[in-house]
Design a protein around this ligand. Structure first.
Ligand code: SAH
Ligand code: SF4
Length: 472
């Protein structure tokens, strides 16, 4: 069957979709270029905020309407012009909704929770044999199959560039922050064996991948709940003892690989060894996505984040101490239950002190079953919106300020391809994950490392001139 996967949510969902695409291809199905050409359409859902879940479920509803020939909405009509025969829902919303998913979506053929995506090829077979409404809900400790399935990287499945790849290293989360549904739907922490990760990255690099991004909800906890390094693995040449820096060291030695990134992080994992890994391993990019959520100690405590404002700022200072250009990005929640104007101002001032290179701001959304959901959602929507706008405006100014300091520097940029806004320009990213646009000189291929001298700074982008020398 020709299939298409719609992905909502985080990088881990993008990665799970990619693995499903690879497994479907291995089972003889064919990736369709567009939804209209697909007979099997799968929606990979997110439930971290209410709106995210609604979008995925709504999309699925439209596809089912199209499948049943009763499409009314624009997107259902466009799918109805196509040939959809089977509709499946996967990912976090399935685990949250459980069997209720079929109350909202009676025409759904199968629904499969996060750690069971490896069953999808088999579920498709069962649907084709006549079964309907199949539900697969994973247990919190399940180890998925197919974690290392990658589609033909030369083609770049699901819109992801062919020289970059996500690699899941840590599943689930045990942090249980008060507002967050992720531990309920993605289960307990499980670290994949280091040897498996090293082999996967080596195989990707051998197929032309230049950059990997290691994924985990709290990725610096790699190897903490279950051991990731077996007895017989060689000791660390650089004397690293902590599992995650040790993994970085092993991956840094991968032939052909240029860059290693990872996300997301908790300040508790910003140890001296991690800093030493950043400092001494040349392929490890100097960027950390370190969600802070709030700058108010009172709110941080209520959220159960297990750090104070001062501890968070100390982690940032530690990362920037050896490289002032080290990029730190963050996530912030505005309008958490009981968040006062003073709490909000504390978040504002923390963001200023931390000097974030980029920030994602989320309006608090109560999630069923979380501790915070029992508290009144008492910050009015308009006030959440105002706080969101204030933080975004601050970040625009701060982004420009921070980027302006880089004018005149020469940066190594992994060229991605023609920029979306201006096809005469190419864009890529520097080690700090900053977007850099430049006019290419001569023939360059996506995935080439080039040297670019920065001539202009904007809040979210740097403009530069590619150096004559070409390759960095
Ligand atoms: N594991 C990551 C975050 C995963 S969720 C980490 O802890 O670093 C991504 C982001 O969504 C979070 O950082 C948080 O800012 C936001 N988020 C999570 N639950 C939310 C909720 N209930 N309402 C609003 N934003 C939320
Ligand atoms: Fe959610 Fe907190 Fe775990 Fe991140 S660390 S996934 S915010 S519970």
């Amino acid at each position: 069957m020709r299939f298409f996967i719609h992905t909502y949510g985080c990088q881990m969902n993008v990665r799970d979709s990619e693995a499903v695409a690879a497994m479907l291809e291995a089972a003889g199905h064919e990736h369709a270029a567009a939804e209209q050409d697909a007979e099997l359409v799968i929606v990979n859902s997110c439930t971290v905020r209410d709106m995210a879940e609604r979008k995925a479920v709504g999309k699925c509803g439209n596809l089912i309407a199209a499948k049943e020939g009763r499409g009314k909405s624009r997107s259902a009509r466009s799918a109805a012009e196509g040939c959809v025969k089977v509709v499946g829902l996967m990912g976090c919303a399935v685990k949250r909704m459980g069997a209720d998913v079929f109350k909202s979506l009676p025409g759904l053929d199968f629904a499969v929770g996060p750690r069971r995506f490896g069953m999808i090829p088999r579920l498709v077979e069962r649907v084709l044999a006549g079964e309907r409404r199949i539900l697969e809900l994973p247990d919190a400790d399940e180890v998925p199959v197919g974690l290392d399935a990658h589609p033909d990287v030369r083609r770049g499945a699901n819109g992801f560039a062919c020289f970059q790849s996500y690699v899941t290293v840590l599943l689930g989360c045990d942090n249980r922050c008060s507002y967050c549904i992720v531990p309920d739907v993605r289960g307990h922490e499980y670290s994949r064996p280091a040897r498996e990760v090293v082999a996967e990255v080596a195989s990707l690099a051998a197929r032309g991948v230049k950059e990997v991004c290691l994924l985990g909800q709290s990725v610096l906890r790699y190897g903490r709940r279950n051991p990731a390094w077996g007895e017989c693995d060689a000791p660390s040449p650089g004397g690293f003892h902590e599992p995650f820096p040790r993994l970085l060291e092993a991956l840094n030695a991968t032939p052909g690989l240029e860059r290693i990134r990872f996300t997301s992080a908790h300040p508790g994992g910003c140890t001296d060894e991690l800093v030493r890994a950043y400092r001494t391993l040349p392929r490890v990019c100097r960027h950390l996505h370190l969600p802070v959520q709030s700058g108010s100690d009172r709110v941080l405590k209520e959220m159960g984040r297990h750090y104070t404002r001062a501890e968070y700022l100390a982690a940032v200072a530690k990362l920037r101490a050896f490289d002032p250009e080290f990029a730190v990005t963050t996530d912030v929640i505005v309008g958490y239950p009981g968040e006062t104007e003073a709490d909000f101002e504390a978040t504002r001032s923390l963001m200023e002190e931390a000097g974030f290179d980029n920030a994602f701001v989320f309006k608090y959304s109560p999630r069923p079953g979380t501790r915070a959901a029992a508290l009144p959602d008492d910050v009015p929507t308009e006030e959440k919106e105002r706080r969101d706008q204030v933080l975004l405006a601050d970040q625009q100014r701060r982004g420009l300020e921070r980027n302006s300091r880089l004018v005149g520097t020469v940066r190594k940029v992994l060229a991605e391809g023609p920029s979306l806004r201006n096809s005469a320009r190419w864009s890529g990213r520097d080690s700090g994950n900053r977007i850099v646009a430049f006019e290419p000189k001569g023939q360059i291929a996506p995935g080439t490392l080039v040297s670019v001298r920065i001539v202009e700074a904007h809040p979210q982008i740097l403009i530069g001139e590619m150096q004559e020398s070409g390759c960095a």
